[in-house]
Design a protein around this ligand. Sequence first.
Ligand code: PMP
Length: 450
Amino acid sequence: MKDIQELKDLNAKQLWHPMGHPGDLQANAPTIIDRAEGVRIIDLDGHETVDAVGGLWCANLGYSNNVVKQAISDQLFKLPYYSSFAGTSNAPAIEAAEAVVNFFKEDGMARVFFTSGGSDSVDTAMRMARQYHRLRGQPQRIKYLSLKKGYHGTHFGGASVNGNQRFRTAYEPLLPGCYHLPSPYTYRNPFNESDPAKLAQLVAQAMEDEIMFQDPSTIAAFIMEPIQGAGGVIVPDASFMKLARDICDKHGILMISDEVITGFGRTGDWSGARHWGVQPDMMTVAKGITSAYFPVGATLVNATIAEAFESDQSGEGSIYHGYTYSAHPVGMAAVNACVSETLRLDLKTNAAARGQQLHHGLLALQADFDIIGDVRGGHGLMAAIELVSDRTTKAPLDMGAIKRAHKATYEAGTMVRIGGSNLLMSPPLVLTEADVVKILENLRSGLSVL
Ligand code: PMP
């Protein structure tokens, strides 16, 4: 093993990181995470922090769940891989399908297709939506609607419905036929509307307007996150997803609930759609499905979609889509163990309680720090503070200052994440009351250096 300084120096010489500038990363060594215990991570210098990022909104069980680790290890020795392309299957996959479909039964889900992650799941859903309409004799339904500020991964389909310019421009032209609606983001929106319920109505009207403009019979699907995550933890009004559901129903448009972050308890309910009392037509999940111990994602569909594919006699219902690692036996063993641990530990209930505690603590911080322009969260363990240099103009705080606050928070003992001018938090769902207190204390220290 190379020594610490050598590793830091070497890091970006060959390694290109997601979501970073390769040149900058050569100039600035990263924090190298060495090991983890419970909800804490320890870097190569031996500095221990509470991981308020949960890896990347994903380590729901924390880092020390031995049931999941053992299941992965056992499966690795029994059958490390075999393909699930039509013709072969494996027992863990059959069991995982049952576990995942049962988990989302209340959301109306009936079938599952496994992938290697969130981006895969989104592109799978987008493709299956088109194929579904084709099977139903509506091959002209090819367009997609989504929300600005949404994040749906970085494959071409997901990036095309992505609602954040920084993930788009360098990779254009993206998929044609993708149209974006305003985000239900009360702090900043083109309607200058700060009342969440009124804003939900306005976005719904914009949705109707865009659908009529496009011609409803050309639209395949509308995709949304029940709570927008990477875009800055934007919590819509409780009425919003229902309004969107009704509009989709009215026009025969499929609703895809992108639950890559919100699935498996993060919102305080087992799914984000359930949190808002909505049944989508399709769901995309990843992250919490294995607590990130193994890369797995899934796309789920309801019984109507299942029926359209399964009853097809023409052959057009064949799914010519899939991944080498779809239903990977080791991943499936991880899913089985993770789903049962998630239920056994009732992660959603802890997420709801700790989420409230964190939210109230962040609101208290806002009272003491003018640079906190907006506090968002309160629905499970997803939180953001938006940093501004002036509360009246809402001018974003400069990135240098945000980085200084981030670093000082880390040095004080908590890892948070920068997303635009937000500090984002999505800690493991096994977080304790004392851990939340520590996160809040460390954030206070971090913000105090500015
Ligand atoms: N959808 C949502 C809502 C996400 O938050 C993410 C990742 N953060 C993705 C899709 C993409 O997932 P992945 O990074 O696993 O491809």
